[in-house]
Design a protein around this ligand. Sequence first.
Ligand code: HEC
Length: 118
Amino acid sequence: MQKYIMSGLFFTACIVAIVLMFTLPGKDQVAEEAKPSMPEVVLDAASAETVVTANCITCHGDQLQGGVGPNLQKVGSEMTPEEIYSLVSKGKAIMPSFKGKLKEEEIANVAQWLAAKK
Ligand code: HEC
């Protein structure tokens, strides 16, 4: 009798495991959610230039020619707007994170403006 109870429990545990396998988010999904998603904005070049002048040219140069940070004059041929958005939000090495300092929409606008530089 106990044998049947045990195998019944085992069977139930298997069902639960299978259900969880399909309902819990997979690794890919978790990685996707960790990436900041870029808000949709209509490119406003004038506002992008203002934000860049105030926040970025100290390191990237007044013509974006580079300095402490790399040259950004052709950054659009290497990075997508989403990649730039993510990098500017999170920061990288000595480049500070701008999340909280700039609005998400401002970062997205700057990302699109820079991504158009090819
Ligand atoms: C304190 C200096 C500093 C400031 C301020 C700064 N950056 Fe940077 N930035 C860097 C450095 C250094 C790197 C290179 C990081 C690395 O790859 O190690 C970088 C990298 C980048 C890159 C990637 C370039 C590439 O070719 O890999 C982008 C895009 C960028 N910055 C945009 C911006 C924007 C937009 C701003 C203003 C909102 C900004 N940065 C402000 C220092 C700075």
